[in-house]
Structure formats: structure tokens, C-alpha cells
Design a protein around this ligand. Sequence first.
Ligand SMILES: Nc1nc2c(ncn2[C@@H]2O[C@H](COP(=O)(O)OP(=O)(O)OP(=O)(O)O)[C@@H](O)[C@H]2O)c(=O)[nH]1
Ligand SMILES: [Mg+2]
Length: 416
Amino acid sequence: MDQAILVGLNVDQNEQGVRKSLDELEHLALALGIKTKEKVLQNAKHITPKYYIGSGKVLEIKKMIEVLDVDMVIFDDTLSPAQLKHLEKDLDTQIMDRSFLIMSIFALRAQTKEAKLEVALAQKNYMLPRLIGLGNTLSRQGGGTFNAKGPGETKLELDRRKLLREIYQIKQELEKIKQEKEVSRKKRVQNRIPVVALVGYTNAGKSSLMNSLSEVLGHDSEKVLEKDMLFATLSTKAKKLQKENMPPFILIDTVGFVNKLPHELIRSFESTLSDVIHADLLIHVVDGAYFDPMQIEVTKDVLQSIDADEIERLLVLTKKEIAPYYPSIDDDYIFVSNRTKENIDTLVDAIYGHLYKESRIHYLHIPFDDGQIFSQLKDNNTILETRFESDGTYVKTILTPEQVKLYKDYLFDNKK
Ligand SMILES: Nc1nc2c(ncn2[C@@H]2O[C@H](COP(=O)(O)OP(=O)(O)OP(=O)(O)O)[C@@H](O)[C@H]2O)c(=O)[nH]1
Ligand SMILES: [Mg+2]
């Protein structure tokens, strides 16, 4: 097992926050099989451009590396290319930052082609400026003229070009996947089946909630993976669920968020997160047993950065059966347990309440020639009454405003 020293810098007078973040970093490191030997926290007025931390601290850590015999130092923030280079040189050991660590976990967990491509794209985008940084220093050493390239620099130039080419290829492949998804999404929109997406901090209980909802709604499909580990879910899973005598909705489980999620990852996960952006309702899942308001804020920030903060949201806290107290939050929430299934039915009602709050009863007259319309309605809606007459089928049903538009040619005024 690799051994590491973790380093956090406190510049915002928030020592407790930095400690918590270092604890989370320890978990992240462990996910990669790296054991934490020591945590270093420096209180400082500002970040040092050269080393991120102060130069005195660098000397201190250098001694620590020798005494503790560790293999690497992990910084709890994104290091600039220059800081990375200086630290690597002066500490003479492997240096990682939080972004690199998170991306490595994603790389380890990625199963689907889409997720693998997205992680690779993020990693390469992260590498790119760090190569360029090195390239610049080398050309300055070479006298700054174009012809004075040393062999080292030529290699870096090549690597950079290779990297750019790979980034281009990955983007093209992802674009293809995105277009395929766009087609199936359009189909869903056409059928007007509403989409509900689970979002929230990693390990909050999103996948477990998907399994609970499936179970309570009597949907005996395969379970999605729920596991006590960071970033168990990396790709999107969709399921069509339906309460008895009610219209169906699509439930989507997706990747969890974490504090200081590298922006390269958010940008690369565009394809996976596009499901979130197009949802009709978001269920914001929060760990109710190990409650931390920071996790709510992080999720809100990520949603904002992907332009999903205008979508209607339901707040759901999990792990009720082991929670020591009811967390106090400004927004209303539903407190559920995925173990005992307590309040899962309340959540189902809330989902329907949100999705169909503008739905009304309508009467439709469907000529026999349009039989497919009748079967579409039977699949997607609650049929309250059906009457077969000589000129077609008369149906009493509940329609959403969108469906009213879709079926406008069949609307029939029953009062006439
Ligand atoms: N006791 C208890 N444990 C729960 C509950 N809900 C989820 N868990 C546990 O919490 C851990 C994380 O659950 P997941 O559903 O995998 O979490 P997630 O939000 O999907 O996590 P990522 O996929 O990493 O984003 C698992 O060990 C679950 O068994 C609950 O209501 N009660
Ligand atoms: Mg999950």
C-alpha cells in the first residue's frame, strides 16, 4: 500500500472546514489504496504562488517524508502547473492534488464506454496545461529562440501534440454518443413520459433510493449498485416506474458530487449530466445520518454550473432509521429510510404531486383508425373510463398540459 502525507491550507479562517476536507481527502486516497500517514494543516494569510504553502512548511514536509518514509504528498486543492513543478522538484517525491486524485478514482470506477471516455477527457485536459507549463520553462532555458529546442522539449512538444490529438478524438466519440442519447431523449419527450433525476453528494443514498422506489412501486427489475464507497455510480441508469393506476415516469440515477469537484470533470461529464439538465424534476438526495450542510451547498453549486438550478427540486434526506436527530434546514424535506422503507410512499406521492400538479381530467374521442393513440394513452396515462361506440373510442383520462397539446385533435367536450 502506498503511503502519503496530506496537506491542507487554511486561508479563510475556517480551520474546522479544512480539517473536515482533509478527512474526506483521506477517504478519497483510500479509494485508490493510498494510506494516510500524516495530515498537515497550515494556517496562512494567502496562497504562495511558488509552492501553494509557505516555503518553511515545504522544508518541514521534506523532513517528514524522510522520517515517515512515505511515497507521496497529496494537496487538498488544485495545484497550479508551477506549484506542481516546484513541489515535485524540491520535495523530490510524487505530488498529487485533490483534482488528480478524484479523476483517478473516476478512472478506476468507470465501466461504460461513455464514462471511460469522459474521464479520459478530463484527465487529458488536466494534463495539458501542466505539460505546457513545463514546455515554457524549457524553452526559456534554451535561450527563448525557436531553434534552440533541446531534445527534452521536442519530446514534450510531441507529447503535447499527441495529447491534443487524443483530446480531439475523444471529443468526437463523445459527440456521437451524445447525439444517440439525444435521439432517445427526443423519443421520450414525444411520448411525454416525465423524467425524474436523483442528484446529490456521493454516498448520500441515491442508488439505494432508486432501489427503494422500484421495490415500493412493485417494479421487479435488476437492482442498481448501492455501496458504501465514494463514487459508486459513474454512469446513468434509467428505469420506467409507475404507481398502480397512475401514469409512469422515468427515474434516473446518476453520478454523485463531491466538494472541489475538478471543473475538468464537470465539463467532461456533459453527456452523463445531460440527463439531469433535461429532467422535469430533481430529487436532491442528502445523507440525513451524517448530515453536513456543506454537501447541500456543493450540490446546489454543481447544479448551477450545469444550468440545472431552475429545475423543480424535491429535498430528500436518507438513513432516517440511524439518524441521531432531525437536521434543521430552511427548505422542506422528506426524511426516508432505504432500509425500513419508511416514508418512501410519501415520496412517491410527492413525486406525482409535482409531476402532475397541473394535470386535469379530459375527455378524448379516438377514431378506430388511430388505435395507436389509444394504446399510447393506456401505456402512459391513467384511464378513468373507456366507452366503445360506433365512431370510435371515448376515453376519460388525466392529461398534463403538454399532453393536452399533443392530443388536441382528439379533445372532446363532454358537456356538449
Ligand atoms: N442505514 C442506511 N443506510 C443507507 C440508506 N440509504 C443508503 N444507505 C447506505 O449508504 C451507502 C451509500 O449508498 P448509495 O445508494 O450507494 O449512495 P449513492 O448516493 O448512490 O452514492 P454514489 O453512487 O457514490 O454517488 C450504502 O452503503 C447504502 O447501503 C438508509 O436509508 N439507511
Ligand atoms: Mg450511486
